[in-house]
Every structure is written in structure tokens, then in C-alpha cells.
Design a protein around this ligand. Structure first.
Ligand code: PMP
Length: 409
């Protein structure tokens, strides 16, 4: 079928992603694992190659030309990210990804927590936003309180509000669920937390590829996201932190780059953002990361989101025609992720057979075991869409799904 409604030229966008024209198991590749990682356009890949071929030198402290160029490129990305998320460059810390960004906050900000303090999480969190807080449970004796969802995968806001108390020291939740696709009303949730004087960390790993981000508008304290999910290179992430909070926090790791002066009598630390960037950063991928924002802004986030919603609506409608298919996550505000099971077929078997037909989906618990438990299941199959997916691909996916469910039933 024809992608009539999209105002963007998907064919020409697809040409920017060379990987999409490779095959998989002697079929055209239908890549529906975008929630795990999205593919990367040539402009970004070329920027990685350009860095290796023309500018590679370690950043900071270098007097020579290449080092100055590499440093300028890294810092240009920092300014690009800052402008994109409406923050200042000192508030943009480069990390390895969302996981490291959350660990940074839990380890450093968490040092002020004491026994009996409480951190509010939600049942739909990725393990990356559960385990770092659990480590504090065992190290500092904090308690974790968990907000539940309804059967559509919508957070219980009444319960959320009721969990705040005199010992609440932090609320941490995802902007968009990587399993359910639920888009949480984070701006309102942040306002609630701030009403109790509680800072908020938002896990934006699944929001940054699909929504415009504005830290000032959200009034967020910490926000974490990963480059590889927003068409960028692997190995780079961002922690946005409110300047006054970051300034008040101890370093996360010690080493080169993050110091002002080191002596055995005592060490002083660098200013923001470098205080939190010990060691050599992934300056090659950071430099290339800037090109992702060019891509996203050129296509337009509004158009990306509209196209993905068209795919989501169409795929959902067609999938529900399949007998015994159950979708997990039917929130009214939902991003283009469909987690499902069919009858009592194991998610792994479905994924394996879909792969043989060229369709790449993810199977299992999606690093959200508490959420799986909430639904009383082991795992799901998850199909997730990006700007370069087409309605034709949805059709191929649906007929592959029909074929494999018939085989396995
Ligand atoms: N949070 C969410 C909601 C995610 O989907 C992911 C990645 N699946 C992460 C955190 C972790 O991201 P990364 O592996 O890039 O650190």
C-alpha cells in the first residue's frame, strides 16, 4: 500500500540509510527494532570517517592543530545539543549512554541520601532506571517506592502524588516507555514533584528520537538520553543537569580531564561540564553526533512523529485482525512501539521465525522485568518504528506474522 498521508519523502530519506538496502536471510530487510537502536544516516557515518581520516587527536590540553580541531568539534556538538534541548553547554555532560547518565546521578547526587530516604520510580522503568537506585538501597539504606499502571499502561497519577512524603528525595521515571510506548505527562509530573521540593530525573532514551525536547519548558532537573537511539553513533549519551545541582554534586569518576590541579595533598576539580567527564571521551562519535540534529531538524520532528504515528495506527489496526494477538500498551498518548504476544506462542519462537522472513523485531523482557511481572508474562515480541519505515513494510511484517503464527499455532 501507498504511504499517501506522509508529507515527507520517505524514499529519499531511506536512501540516506545504506543499511536499509541490505537483505536479511535472502529477503529485503524489514528493520523494526528501532527502540533498541535506530539506524544511522550516511551524513553521520561520513562524519565518523572524516574524524578518523582527518582530525583524530585526543581532545583538551593539546597545543597542536589536530587536537584543537578535535576539541572544537566535540565542543561544537555540546553547543548543538544544548541549543537543541534548550539548555546551556555547561549543563550538557557527555556519557556513554542513558545508563551511564542515570548511574552518574544515582552515584553522585545519591551521596546526599541517607537511610530511610525514598526514591519514587514507576513499574514501567527500564532496568537502567531501576538498578542504579537499588544499588543505593544496599549502599545507603534508601527505599524505592513504585508507581503502578492501569491495564492500558497509563501511570496512576493519583498514586504517584500519594507517594510523596517527608522522606522523598528523588523521583525518576521514563518520558516514554520502551515496552508500552506510553508517553508520560512528565511536565505535570515534574511540577508535582517540585511542589514537594523533590528533584526529578527523566529517562529520555525513548523520547529523544520522537519528541522535541525543551529542558526549560519541562523544568527538569536531570534528563538522560542516548545517541544511538536517535540515528547517531553508539557509545555516546547525554546527561542534562540543572547547573546549580551539578555544581553541588561530587565528581562521579576521577581521572584526567576532570581536574583543575592534582597533588597528593589534595585535588581540585574542573568546572562544569568537565568535572563529570573523567578520561578520554568518545570524541569521534561525539563529533559525529552533531549531524543527527541536522538530520532530525532537516526532516522535522513534527513530520517524523506524524509519520511514525501513521505507521503505529496502521500496524495496530492490522495486527488486531490476527486471532489471539494481544497488545501490551494501549495508552492514548503512545509512541510507535508495539509489544505483543499471540496465543501461547513463545515470543522467542515468533521472533526467530520472523527473522527468517527478513523481519527484525526484539523479543524477551526488554530490560523491564518488573513490567513483565506486572502483566504476568515472561516477555513479548516488540515491533518499533522509525522515520524510514514504510506502510509497505508494515504489510510485509503483517503477512510474515500471519504466516509464522499459523506455523506455530
Ligand atoms: N532507558 C530506556 C527507556 C531504554 O529504552 C534504554 C535502552 N533500551 C535505556 C534506558 C538504556 O539506554 P542505553 O543502553 O543506551 O544506555
Amino acid at each position: 500500500m501507498d504511504s499517501g498521508k506522509s508529507v515527507i519523502d520517505i524514499d529519499s530519506i531511506r536512501k540516506e540509510f545504506p543499511i536499509l538496502s541490505r537483505g536479511a536471510n535472502d529477503r529485503p530487510l524489514i528493520y523494526l527494532d528501532n527502540t533498541a537502536t535506530s539506524q544511522t544516516p550516511s551524513t553521520v557515518v561520513d562524519a565518523v570517517v572524516d574524524m578518523y581520516e582527518h582530525h583524530k587527536a585526543n581532545v583538551h590540553r593539546g597545543v597542536h592543530l589536530l587536537s584543537r580541531e578535535a576539541t572544537d568539534m566535540q565542543e561544537a556538538t555540546r553547543r548543538r545539543v544544548a541549543a537543541y534541548i534548550n539548555a546551556s553547554p555547561e549543563e550538557v555532560i557527555f556519557t556513554r549512554g542513558t545508563t551511564e547518565a542515570i548511574n552518574l546521578v544515582a552515584s553522585s547526587f545519591g551521596q546526599r541520601f541517607s537511610e530511610g530516604d525514598e526514591v519514587i520510580l514507576t513499574v514501567m522503568e527500564h532496568h537502567a532506571n531501576i538498578v542504579p537506585w537499588q544499588l543505593l538501597q544496599s549502599q545507603r539504606g534508601i527505599k524505592v517506592r513504585v508507581v503502578d499502571i492501569d491495564d492500558r499502561g497509563v501511570l496512576n497519577q493519583e498514586q504517584y502524588r500519594s507517594l510523596f512524603g517527608p522522606r522523598t528525595v528523588m523521583a525518576a521515571f521514563c518520558h516514554v516507555s520502551n515496552v508500552l510506548g506510553t508517553v508520560n505527562p512528565v511536565k505535570d509530573m515534574i511540577a508535582v514533584a517540585h511542589g514537594y521540593g523533590v528533584p526529578v530525573l527523566v529517562d529520555g532514551a525513548q523520547a529523544s528520537p520522537h519528541l522535541n525536547l525543551d529542558m526549560k519548558d519541562l523544568d527538569c532537573d536531570f534528563y538522560a538520553f542516548s545517541s544511538h537511539k536517535m540515528y547517531g553513533p553508539a557509545g555516546v549519551g547525554v546527561l542534562y543537569g540543572r547547573r546549580d545541582l551539578l555544581e553541588s554534586m561530587p565528581p562521579y569518576q576521577g581521572g584526567g580531564e576532570m581536574i583543575r590541579h592534582v597533588s597528593f595533598e589534595g585535588t581540585t576539580f574542573a568546572d562544569l561540564p568537565f568535572k563529570f567527564e573523567a578520561g578520554t571521551p568518545d570524541f569521534v562519535d561525539i563529533a559525529a553526533f552533531a549531524r543527527c540534529f541536522d538530520f532530525i531538524e532537516r526532516v522535522g520532528m513534527v513530520h517524523i512523529a506524524a509519520h511514525e504515528h501513521e505507521l503505529l495506527d496502521y500496524a495496530t489496526e492490522r495486527m488486531l485482525e490476527i486471532p489471539d494477538l494481544r497488545i501490551y500498551g494501549t495508552a492514548p498518548d503512545k509512541s510507535a512501539v508495539i509489544s505483543f504476544n499471540v496465543g501461547d506462542i513463545h515470543n522467542y519462537d515468533l521472533g526467530l521465525l520472523l527473522d527468517r522472513l527478513g523481519v527484525a523485531v526484539r523479543t524477551g523482557h526488554h530490560c523491564a522485568q518488573p513490567l513483565m511481572e506486572r502483566f504476568g508474562i515472561q516477555g513479548t515480541v516488540r515491533a518499533s518504528f522509525a522515520v524510514y519505515n514504510t506502510l509497505e513494510e508494515v504489510d510485509i511484517f503483517i503477512s510474515a506474522l500471519r504466516k509464522v503464527t499459523a506455523m506455530l499455532s
